[in-house]
Structure formats: structure tokens, C-alpha cells
Design a protein around this ligand. Structure first.
Ligand SMILES: Cc1cc2nc3c(=O)[nH]c(=O)nc-3n(C[C@H](O)[C@H](O)[C@H](O)COP(=O)(O)O)c2cc1C
Length: 328
């Protein structure tokens, strides 16, 4: 049988299929099922800065008489953060006891504040690596792209200063110069970059004329954008890349490896088919490798990336040559 081992998070993984952060990775029994199904690693549900702020605001709304007292506000802010952190530390400790695959903690940051200190406690709890889920929706027209980008670099650097475990970054595609940002991030010592997180998206209900939540799970075509950027960046980045979003089939995971990813992170496929889907992915990748005569992932990883083949399709934007004669 083919050898599926690879490296990501600065760690040796027995499979390139990583269970991405989601509510499925917030409970130890699910994490055990994911590990038993053959995942290379599991990324725990993120500790969310935004969620803690919302909880804080909700509590303050219910205690209006105290909301004007700055001392109480500080105290309450502290208590909520400590409680969230305590629960998270417990999850890391419990997961580490139950599974023998790497357990990766995740922090979702939209500002670089005291989360830096939380990173140290996460390391002490035994997490094997830390993934920073960094996001800014660049909707503020008066904020420069440099200010937005600095947030990413500042946060990553500050976290790396306080922890010794590998730190990886999961980002969106919302950058004015994505290639430059990814390459520069890869050069400051991160152990991996995951392209691209899929966020909550708004949609519109035309019946009620309201803004509603768009589909939470991915569809099977969303992978093409992260695949393109994996193909372009895998030979340029100074650290390993992983793909995520819309990887619903083993075939798609293989495409990412051919484009140069070291691994993929999946969530929707596990929601739709259960943790057993990981076993299916591993089996199908292994069979494909046997058919192609590959014994290790390194033998074909990046075979179709921009640098290896100079395939201009990775950088092409227009359809015209292909679809001049396209009709339904
Ligand atoms: C319900 C749900 C919850 C998620 N929660 C997190 C999270 O807490 N942190 C994070 O970095 N990504 C989170 N994600 C994103 C996934 O880890 C993954 O990157 C994304 O869904 C794309 O992969 P997929 O197409 O396989 O779902 C979540 C995804 C879903 C569907």
C-alpha cells in the first residue's frame, strides 16, 4: 500500500487529510472518531475572539446597571475570557489523552491583543501546534491595505515570540497582493499556510427582502480558487501549503497534492458523510497512487505547480480562447 505520510504544522503526519477546525472538532468523542478514521491531524474548533466579545456584550446588555462601571467591565471581560480559555484548555488536554494524532489548537483573531498570552497557555496544555485563523474583511475604505496586512504580520510575529510549538496560518483570499503576502508570511517562520478559509457569507432572501446566512457548507466547485493559488504559490512559498474549501472528494485532494499542497483540510465532507469519509479519502488516494506507480506523496507533490511545468493556465484569467465557440 502507498505511503501517505506528509508534513504540515511542522510535524510528520500519517495522512494528508486533516480534519479542519469546525464544531465537529469541539468534542472529544468526535475527535476520537476522526482519529480512528485515519486523519493526519485534527484542528480543534477555534477559540473565537469575536464570539467572546459578543458574549461580553450580551452579558453587559443584561446587566445595564453595571455596564457603566469600568472596574466591573474589566473584571467581567477577564472572567469571560478566563472561562472560555479554561474550557479550551480542557478540550486540548482531553483530546491529547484520547488520540495519537497531532492535536492542533486554533485561535481566530481579528485583532492582535491579549490572544498572544492565550497562545502560551494553549502550548502549556499540550497542543502540538497552533493554527491562527486570521481574518479581516477589508471593507473599511479609509484603512490602507498596508494597515490590514500589518495585522497579519504583527499577530503572527507576536504569537511566535511567546510559543515554541509550530505556528501555522489560515487565511482568506482578501488581499490586494495575495502572492506577496503569502510569500512574505512564509518567510517569517510559520510552519505552514492554509489557503483559503471559508467564512460566514451573507445572502439575500428575495421573498422576505432580508439579508440572510448563505449556505454554511461548501459545494464541490469551490476548490478551484484555492487550487489555483496552491498551483501558483506552492513553489514560491518558503513553507508548506495546505488547501481547504470544497474538497469533498479524494480526487480533489489529489489535485491539491499535484498542485503542490502538502495536505488538505476538510470540514464539509465530514459533516455530510461522517468521519468515515477520511478512511474513504485515504483509501482512494492510496489506490490512485498504486495505479500511477507512486510510493510516496513526495514523488508527485507539486508535479503540476506553476514552477515545475510553467503551466500558464494557473495565471490565465480570461475564457476567450477556450470558449469562443462555447454554446449550450
Ligand atoms: C460549521 C463550520 C464551522 C467552522 N468553524 C471554524 C472555526 O472555528 N475555525 C476555523 O478556522 N475554521 C472553521 N471552519 C472552516 C473549516 O475549517 C474549513 O476551512 C472550511 O469549511 C472549508 O472546508 P470545507 O469546504 O471542507 O468545509 C468551519 C466550517 C464550518 C462548516
Amino acid at each position: 500500500m502507498a505511503n501517505l505520510s506528509t508534513r504540515f504544522f511542522g510535524l510528520d503526519l500519517k495522512s494528508p487529510i486533516i480534519a479542519g477546525s469546525s464544531s465537529l472538532t469541539a468534542k472529544v468523542d468526535q475527535i476520537e472518531k476522526i482519529a480512528n478514521a485515519g486523519a493526519g491531524a485534527v484542528v480543534l474548533k477555534s477559540l473565537f475572539e469575536e464570539e467572546i466579545h459578543l458574549q461580553f456584550q450580551a452579558e453587559m446588555g443584561a446587566r445595564r446597571e453595571l455596564a457603566a462601571d469600568p472596574e466591573y467591565l474589566d473584571y467581567f471581560d477577564y472572567v469571560i475570557k478566563e472561562e472560555s480559555l479554561k474550557r479550551y484548555i480542557q478540550l486540548i488536554t482531553d483530546a491529547k489523552k484520547k488520540v495519537n494524532i497531532p492535536v492542533i489548537a486554533s485561535i481566530s483573531c481579528s485583532s492582535s491583543s491579549e490572544w498572544i498570552q492565550f497562545a502560551r497557555k494553549i502550548e502549556e496544555a499540550g497542543a502540538d501546534a497552533l493554527e491562527l485563523n486570521l481574518f479581516i474583511i477589508p471593507s473599511n475604505e479609509s484603512r490602507s491595505h498596508a494597515a490590514n496586512e500589518n495585522f497579519y504580520f504583527d499577530t503572527v510575529k507576536k504569537v511566535m515570540e511567546v510559543v515554541n510549538i509550530p505556528v501555522t496560518v489560515k487565511i482568506s483570499h482578501y488581499f490586494s497582493n495575495l502572492a506577496k503576502v503569502v510569500c512574505e508570511l512564509s518567510q517569517i517562520g510559520v510552519a505552514g499556510i492554509t489557503l483559503f478559509n471559508r467564512f460566514y457569507s451573507p445572502d439575500i432572501d428575495i421573498k422576505t427582502e432580508e439579508v440572510v446566512t448563505a449556505e454554511i457548507l461548501s459545494n464541490g466547485t469551490e476548490y478551484v480558487m484555492p487550487l489555483r493559488w496552491t498551483g501558483i504559490l506552492s513553489s514560491k512559498a518558503a513553507c508548506p501549503l495546505a488547501g481547504t474549501s470544497g474538497i469533498l472528494k479524494a480526487e480533489t485532494a489529489i489535485k491539491f497534492l499535484l498542485a503542490g499542497a502538502n495536505a488538505v483540510q476538510i470540514a464539509t465532507a465530514i459533516y455530510s458523510e461522517g468521519p468515515e469519509v477520511i478512511e474513504k479519502f485515504n483509501g482512494e488516494i492510496s489506490r490512485w497512487m498504486d495505479e500511477k506507480g507512486y510510493q510516496t506523496i513526495d514523488e508527485f507533490k507539486g508535479k503540476l505547480c506553476l514552477k515545475t511545468k510553467q503551466i500558464d493556465a494557473w495565471e490565465r484569467a480570461q475564457f476567450m480562447n477556450y470558449f469562443g465557440g462555447f454554446s449550450y
